[in-house]
Ligand binder design. Structure first.
Ligand SMILES: [Zn+2]
Length: 80
């Protein structure tokens, strides 16, 4: 989505003219700004990510194992 740096907002593509300018201030829009922002946010989140505690990993492994067992039970129930 086109983004205007001056207005600090996204412009609906329907409002943008053929010149790719902001309908409010007339500045050229940055079309790829959304992706750049998302990447910046992801990089930020990467920096702030905490190491996963071991009990959370254990819980995830248990849940995965449980789901696999239930899936297997479901498959054998269907097969019979
Ligand atoms: Zn603008």
């Amino acid at each position: 989505m086109p983004f205007c740096v001056d207005c600090d907002r996204y412009i609906s593509p329907g409002l943008v003219g053929h010149d790719q300018a902001c309908p409010t201030c007339g500045r050229p829009l940055e079309v790829g700004a959304l992706q750049e922002r998302a990447e910046a946010l992801l990089a930020e989140a990467d920096d702030e990510r905490l190491p996963i505690p071991w009990h959370l990993k254990l819980l995830a492994a248990g849940v995965a194992l449980y789901l696999l067992v239930r899936l297997w039970q479901g498959i054998s129930w269907l097969a019979n």
